[in-house]
Design a protein around this ligand. Structure first.
Ligand code: TYM
Length: 321
């Protein structure tokens, strides 16, 4: 079994990209491994500036993960800020991280290129993420493609520390699913909370269907055969269909003469069925918030034990103890 760790920011409602890129991996990997999954509220501070909203988002995200199948008897679920050792470790890592390494990171670079003001929190975001990963001796980090750069930065920071002070940190590997590493949004670009192109996992079914019907499509005539792999509508359909349905849909694309509206209807139907159980479970959890808080408290206790040991090891290595 491997030590598996990943985090999700409580910045709004989770979407199909979060689920198929990352959350589904958490759930698959919790069976045979030792999973640590957390809600990255410290990272969310770089964008959420309302205390009540942040508090509610953290609780919502916990319920989302539990409803989707994260099982607290198999994996450890906790809130990032409940483990102060991570912030302490972050400081140890900041010294020794070259400016250039962070200047190359896309989230920061994009903001600066757009002429937007970036704060120091955003700049050092990848170092806190490195602390998250290293604090638990994580071996495998299941994420979508957009996080791979951050895992590489983490490895770089960890090897520098190990090189300087002796073997201290485990070097993690990213785990990315080929078929859903970059789930497209309603405009065909990467689905992202910051692009306003997301399809949510929870929420009113009717509203989600409407959003699905509005997904952009190309204007080529319906009669033309099309290559399914190039089409974002097909990529979304593929997330839900079973292999036979996917083959049949691909054949229809290659034959031509179908309507995009039919594909959208199929996506609406299959996504509704796919998340029906999770929706039901989420409604139950909303009636049992005490249980959710209890899960998070127990998770924090377990996670703190691990992080405290690793922090101690790092402190000794660099001369703080
Ligand atoms: P966040 O909250 O943006 O996203 C959570 C997870 O969802 C994945 N994801 C996607 N996967 C496929 N297609 C998409 N369109 C898509 N959009 C999002 C992300 O890759 C991610 O795995 N920095 C992280 C949170 C974090 C973290 C960590 C992750 C903090 N510390 C330590 C791993 C390890 C983030 O902002 O994820």
């Amino acid at each position: 079994p491997l030590r598996v760790l990943s985090g999700i920011q409580p910045t709004g409602r989770p979407h199909w990209g979060n689920y198929f890129g990352a959350i589904r991996q958490y759930i698959d990997l919790q069976e045979a491994n030792e999973g640590y999954y957390f809600i990255a509220d410290l990272h969310a501070l770089t964008t959420v500036r309302d205390a009540a909203v942040l508090r509610q988002n953290v609780l919502d995200t916990a319920m989302d993960l539990l409803a989707l199948g994260l099982d607290p008897t198999k994996a450890t679920l906790f809130v990032q800020s409940h483990i102060p050792e991570v912030s302490e470790l972050c400081w140890l890592l900041l010294s020794g991280t070259p400016m250039g390494l962070l200047q190359r990171c896309v989230a920061y670079k994009e903001k600066v290129e757009k002429g937007l003001p970036a704060d120091v929190g955003l700049f050092t975001y990848p170092v806190l993420q490195a602390a998250d990963i290293l604090a638990y001796d994580s071996q495998l980090v299941p994420v979508g493609a957009d996080q791979v750069q951050h895992i590489e930065v983490c490895r770089d920071i960890a090897s520098r520390f190990n090189h300087q002070f002796g073997d201290t940190f485990v070097l993690p590997k990213a785990n990315v699913l080929d078929a859903s590493a970059k789930v497209p949004g309603t405009d065909g670009e990467k689905m992202s909370k910051s692009y306003d192109n997301t399809l949510p996992l929870f929420g009113e079914v009717k509203k989600i269907s409407k959003q699905i019907m509005r997904i952009t499509t190309d204007s080529r005539p319906m009669e033309d055969p099309k290559e399914p792999e190039d089409d974002h509508l097909f990529q979304l359909f593929r997330l839900f269909g079973n292999p036979d349905e996917i083959d049949a849909m691909a054949a229809m694309y290659r034959r031509g003469g179908f309507g995009y509206g039919d594909v959208k209807k199929a996506i609406a139907q299959s996504s509704e069925a796919y998340f029906a159980d999770a929706r039901e479970k989420r409604a139950e959890l909303e009636q049992n918030v005490d249980y959710v808080h209890q899960v998070l408290a127990e998770g924090a206790e377990k996670a703190r034990n691990v992080a405290a040991k690793v922090l101690g090891r790092a402190q000794s290595a660099c001369g703080l103890r």
